[in-house]
Design a protein around this ligand. Structure first.
Ligand code: ZN
Length: 138
């Protein structure tokens, strides 16, 4: 299904992804974000996955738009999204679409199980989102 997925993303143990600070912590400082980017990476229905990442109903927003660190586009920092099961920063869709970021296999499988259709409603209170370092990941 996917090609060139880094081993750590073939068995990603969390329901959050794309925070980078949290990934760094989990890897005891050995995390290198460049290993999570790959121009050769392919997955089925990538456009639908990107649309899903952009259109989920749950959003915790601080409205801090600033220029992407890799291109000139304005992106929302400090904005986080959920589909009631997974949690990710709003910048993740942009990074997957424009900067070759790779997604964990089980995140892709989860989105496929939802038929690439975001849930209509946010049903998870913000304190129950699967934030990094929360107890909801088990
Ligand atoms: Zn960019």
């Amino acid at each position: 299904m996917t090609k060139h997925t880094p081993p750590s993303l073939q068995h990603w143990p969390y329901h959050w992804y794309g925070f980078w600070v949290a990934e760094t912590f989990e890897a005891n400082g050995t995390f290198n974000v460049e290993r999570y980017r790959d121009p050769q990476w392919q997955c089925e229905n990538k456009e639908a996955i990107i649309a899903y990442l952009k259109n989920c109903p749950g959003m915790a927003c601080q409205q801090n738009s600033k220029k992407c660190s890799r291109c000139d586009e304005m992106v929302s920092y400090s904005t986080y999204m959920t589909d009631n099961v997974w949690c990710w920063p709003a910048t993740l869709a942009h990074n997957v679409e424009h900067h070759y970021f790779v997604l964990p296999d089980n995140f892709i499988a989860h989105i496929a199980e939802n038929n690439y259709t975001p849930p209509e409603k946010l049903t998870l209170p913000m304190d129950k989102w699967p934030w990094p370092d929360s107890d909801n990941n088990t």
